[in-house]
Ligand binder design. Structure first.
Ligand code: BES
Ligand code: MN
Length: 454
């Protein structure tokens, strides 16, 4: 009786704290919010101190890195829990049903930017750790929290930080909750992520916008050429037409194709989540295979020419597109960027000049879900949800995860709690209170499972 009353009390204190964390507009891509990121890092430091951990705030060329650890003891496993306190922009803000930085609960679901991606998820780990220390005086493992403020912009300063502090961050395994569940109540272990490579190209034609009546038909239109170049990226079967693009792609294993075919989130679910009139994609692959196990070329933005009301008869002087490629195991982002640049240059007609700027990039990642660590994660997920976990890859990217492997030599257990309709990066991002509480429970069970490994 007393136990359960205390549990309820703790969990509402944790929720209050989560709402405070969600109130920081920690938008990493927009320099107007730099101070908010800094204050958010300070607030986390305070919470981690209160939990009984030793904390460090590390300034970087961008936003601060927060580290916290318990007193490490020889003979115990060392677990590094990674999360990110930065969030994506909120536009279009008019489509939010409640203010993005005022957490609002409706039918047991928290609505706020960052609720799922990733504040709600990493704060559940902080709460789990705080509760365990409060009850037992310590944790069953040596713990390191590593929280960054630049994940949503490709973690440009975190890999150098890892290299610089590799000795201090030495660990046996990394735990991350920044991925999804295939459905409510279905525990999900993610054993792979796609990588990413971004670029922007600008086409420059006439030195100023031209009268399209006077010059139209005799001067190449940069906006038309943007469309032609974008169209040249895919063939009629939805395959990417860049020479050499698939050379290093590791094919899907037959066991993965079989297991994914049994998952509830099939094509109907994708249609329902996205509200598109029909699905699209590379011939020969299911919707989940296309999203999790095959590479893509996407246009994230396109611009040039008149955007105002009514018409304006010009040949725009310039036009641009922003592209990103999602990559699968085997592919190297630097090589893909080279191939893409060569493709764009080759297909660009003489009438315009092309300038290409490479953007951020991150490696794909895959681990053995059946390793001892993978099994420990599966067991903790099973106990948390009282159901057998499913094993999936995800289409999103968390660039630092492959760096954990390259720099620290360790695998990452991705035990995310995001639901398919969480609206990450979109208006009305949300996270059920039940998932937040499951995250707290999962933290405690997982640290114990990891401590019990030989
Ligand atoms: N939590 C996501 C990554 C993710 C998304 C994992 C969906 C699994 C499923 C993360 O915060 C994110 O959005 N990453 C960016 C990284 C990019 C900006 C380098 C992404 O995937 O677009
Ligand atoms: Mn994100």
């Amino acid at each position: 009786m007393v136990e359960s009353a205390r549990h309820i009390m703790n969990s509402s204190k944790h929720l209050d704290d989560l709402f405070t964390l969600l109130a920081f507009p920690s938008i990493s891509t927009d320099s107007d919010y730099k101070d908010d990121l800094d204050q958010c890092a300070d607030w986390l430091i305070g919470k981690l101190n209160d939990a009984g951990l030793k904390t460090e705030k590390h300034p970087t060329a961008g936003h601060p890195v927060v580290i916290a650890r318990n007193e490490h003891q020889q003979g115990r496993k060392t677990v590094l829990i990674y999360g990110h306190y930065d969030v994506q922009p909120v536009d279009p803000v008019e489509l939010w049903n409640s203010p993005p930085f005022e957490a609002t609960v409706k039918d047991g679901v928290i609505y706020a930017r960052g609720s799922t991606d990733n504040k709600g998820q990493h704060f559940a780990h902080i709460c789990g750790v705080a509760d365990t220390i409060k009850e037992h005086g310590d944790l069953p493992v040596n713990l390191i929290f590593l929280l960054e403020g630049e994940e949503e912009i490709g973690s440009p300063n975190l890999e150098p930080f890892l290299k610089q502090h590799a000795d201090d961050l030495k660990c046996d395994v990394v735990v991350v909750s920044d991925t999804g569940m295939v459905g409510p109540g279905i525990p999900t272990l993610t054993y792979g992520l796609r990588g990413i490579a971004c670029l922007e190209f600008t086409l420059k034609g006439p030195s100023i916008d031209l009268h399209s009546g006077i010059y139209g038909g005799a001067v190449a239109n940069p906006a038309t050429v943007v469309a032609e170049l974008i169209a040249s990226l895919h063939d009629a079967d939805g395959k990417i037409a860049i020479e050499g693009f698939y050379d290093d792609v590791k094919p899907l294993e037959s066991w993965e194709r079989e297991q994914w075919a049994d998952l509830p989130d099939g094509e109907a679910a994708t249609l329902k989540e996205t509200h598109v009139p029909a699905l699209f994609g590379e011939a020969g692959y299911s919707s989940l295979e296309r999203r999790w196990g095959r590479p893509t070329a996407e246009v994230n933005g396109i611009g040039g020419g008149y955007q105002g009301e009514g018409s304006k008869t010009v040949i725009p002087s310039q036009a641009f597109a922003k592209l990103s490629f999602r990559l699968v195991p085997g592919q190297d982002p630097a090589k893909v960027l080279q191939l893409a640049e060569a493709h764009l240059i080759k297909h660009c007609p003489d009438g315009v000049n092309i300038e290409i700027d490479a953007g951020h990039a991150g490696n794909p990642y895959v681990m053995d879900a059946h390793s001892n660590y993978g099994k420990a994660a599966q067991s903790a997920l099973q106990k948390t949800f009282d159901a057998d976990p499913v094993l999936i890859r995800e289409g999103g990217s968390i660039p630092i995860i492959d760096s954990f492997k390259q720099v620290l030599g360790v695998d990452t257990l991705m035990c995310g709690l995001a639901l398919p309709d969480c609206q990450a990066h979109a208006p009305n991002e949300n996270f059920p209170i039940a998932n937040f509480e499951a995250g707290i429970k999962l933290n405690r069970l997982l640290l114990q499972e990891l401590a019990d490994l030989d």
